[in-house]
Design a protein around this ligand. Structure first.
Ligand code: G6P
Length: 610
């Protein structure tokens, strides 16, 4: 949800900023802009993708600027337009600000500043920040002090970068609720919303924390709290490299990420299982035997695809570990005064580790004295740092806005947590060993499903012009149906609904006619026969059935127009396989419809606003 980049060093700032913004484009892509400072302040902005801004810039004419900031926007206040694009400026255009977040009290501040004679040009909340800084800059001796005085007046969230041509050798950065990292190069420093914008230059980073303000010059950086006290920051090392964030021959990041799953599943599993002993080791959870014994209930809080992973956890943990589980949208949890008790354990699930609602839910649970653990992908993200412990899914950077590999990696971790908990109650060592062996060989089975991509593209070709889809599954495949439907609507803009198969007759059945494709997950488990019954009901109403069934199945083809056969595995790991054809189906349909697969309209990868 908006990406910001800053650079200070000896190279051309514009080029580095534009390249960095392109790496962050998945965070928002409705408009972008840059501001560069030297003897004067140069800026340019453009509605639309970053390539439009790039086309407007004459790089040879601006290569003498070595300090600058840039922004790619996902609109919250004010429509996408050149004027509302960041950076925003003070009245004299001496100060420029880029901002990720939302200033909730902007209207009151704006009214006050207008009264004091400030002139506003945009409809954004961000513009109040720069006019506030302008007001204090008249009284304070430095940009740092002017920013420091302004921040306490802002309610809401921000990651900001500020430059001024009155002090052209520095950038001031500050954060509260929106991510910001500092990359340390040799003789140069980078600022960005996340590591993907800096990793091609350096893997040495510092994660800024809420309530911190940093003064950055080409000589180094100094971090303070808002009370002016210096803060000592530790350096971290990014473990992945630039190759992880390039397409490597795939037409889209999404397809690359779908095809990475044999590897990412392996990475989520690696080093976490003692297969012979039937044991799981997740030391990051920091739970001792008494902690385990005290768990009365587990809550999973998340948004979007991560919420679907939480629903899978509910089915698995309740069945195999017999511990009550509740799953809730983080956005609902944070505002509804939930009842939390001793014995509750909360897991937040978040690929990015920055989703604002999930972060707020985490804080809400912690404020009630509940232990909160995280299942996150981005190392060093805010959620990873604020939880009491957790598990990284190690999926590597996920760039495609529609989450794929992060989902399956989350599921691997959830299966491991299920086994860990179940071993303390009903699951025998041999059963656990069997499941762990299945997990170990899963990457090959996932590859076998990926090899059906061409077959799935042909099916996609027959249905890509339909306007509605229904996805049906039962038990642990109900959340998979939800996720399959979400993938399709996110990237192809086809209306799709996921439903528990048996619930279909309480409503969606009214929609079924010969124009309605119905995707069934009909693998062999204890509800298989029931699902077959639901397929008959759809067929009787002339719906077109696309089914996911197990290899060797002799029945499903009698009801379905198309069957995608996948290997048969136990229920504990089955969602890891059944989701793969649904990801591919959504992808191929979106491509055939000419949609922007990696950057679907109106969506952002990381939603850092409420
Ligand atoms: C956005 C993304 C989804 C993602 C959701 C939760 O809506 O477009 O793909 O599932 O946020 O994100 P998180 O990073 O918390 O898993």
């Amino acid at each position: 949800m908006c990406g910001i980049v800053g650079y200070i060093g000896s190279r051309s700032a514009a080029e580095i900023i534009i390249n960095g913004l392109k790496r962050l484009e998945y965070r928002g892509y409705d408009s972008s802009g840059v501001a560069l400072v030297g003897e004067d302040l140069f800026y340019n902005k453009s509605k639309g993708k970053i390539k439009f801004l790039e086309e407007k810039l004459d790089f040879s004419n601006i290569k003498h600027y070595h300090v600058g900031i840039g922004h790619t926007r996902w609109a919250t206040h004010g429509a996408p337009s050149d004027i509302n694009a960041h950076p925003h400026f003070d009245c004299k255009k001496e100060i420029a600000v880029v901002h990720n977040g939302i200033i909730e009290n902007y209207a009151a501040i704006k009214a006050l500043l207008i009264e004091k004679g400030h002139h506003f040009t945009s409809e954004t909340d961000t513009e109040v920040i720069v006019h506030l800084i302008e007001m204090y800059y008249q009284k304070e001796s430095s940009l740092l002090e002017a920013v420091r005085h302004s921040l306490p007046l802002l309610d809401g969230t921000y990651g900001i970068l500020v430059v001024s041509n009155r002090e052209p050798d520095k950038i001031i950065a500050a954060r509260k609720g929106s991510p910001l990292i500092l990359g340390i190069g040799s003789g140069e420093l980078f600022l960005a919303s996340d590591a993907s914008a800096v990793v091609e230059h350096t893997r040495r980073v510092v994660y800024l924390d809420d309530g911190e303000i940093v003064e950055i010059t080409s000589d180094g950086f100094k971090t303070y709290d808002l009370g002016k006290n210096p803060v000592q920051k530790d350096e971290s090392h990014i473990s992945w490299d630039i190759k992880s964030i390039e397409k490597q021959g795939f037409p889209h990041f999404m397809l690359k990420e779908i095809f990475e799953q044999p590897e990412t599943i392996k990475n989520a599993f690696r080093g976490r299982a003692l297969i012979e002993e039937g044991e799981v080791r997740l030391d990051g959870l920091s739970l001792n035997p008494e902690d385990f014994a005290g768990i009365q209930r587990i809550l999973f809080l998340a948004c979007g695809t991560s919420w679907h992973a939480g629903l899978v956890a509910e089915y698995l943990i309740e069945e195999f570990a017999r511990i009550p589980v509740e799953v809730e949208y983080a956005s609902e949890f944070r505002y509804r005064k939930p009842v939390l008790r001793k014995g509750d354990l909360v897991f937040v699930i978040s690929q990015s580790g920055e989703t604002a609602d999930t972060l707020a839910a985490l804080r809400e649970a912690k404020s009630c004295g509940i232990r909160v653990l995280g299942i996150t992908n981005v190392v060093g993200s805010t959620i990873a740092r604020e939880t009491d412990g957790g598990v990284y899914i190690h999926a590597g950077p996920e760039i495609g806005v529609a989450s794929t590999k992060a989902f399956t990696s989350q599921l691997v971790v959830i299966v491991l947590i299920t086994i860990l908990l179940a071993r303390r109650s009903e699951m025998s060592r041999d059963e656990a060993k069997g499941y762990l062996q299945e997990l170990e060989k899963l990457p090959q089975l996932v590859q076998a499903v990926l090899d059906k991509s061409d077959e799935i593209r042909k099916i996609a070709g027959q249905y890509c012009n339909r306007t509605n889809f229904l996805y049906l599954g039962r038990g642990v495949h109900f959340p998979v149906a939800l996720e399959g439907a979400l993938k399709l609507k996110e990237i192809s803009y086809i209306h799709a609904e996921g439903y528990p198969a048996a619930e279909m007759k309480h409503g969606p059945i009214a929609l079924i006619d010969d124009q309605m494709p119905v995707v069934f997950i009909a693998v062999r488990d204890e509800v298989y026969r029931k699902v077959i019954g639901n397929m008959e009901e759809v067929r009787a109403r002339k719906g077109n059935i696309i089914a996911i069934a197990n290899e060797g199945d002799r029945e499903v083809h009698r009801y379905a127009s198309h069957v995608i056969y996948i290997p048969e595995v136990s229920k504990l790991v089955a969602p890891l396989l059944t989701i793969i054809p649904l990801q591919l189906l959504a992808y191929h349909i979106a491509v055939l419809r000419g949609c922007s697969v990696d950057e679907p309209r109106n969506l952002a990868k990381s939603v850092t606003v409420e």
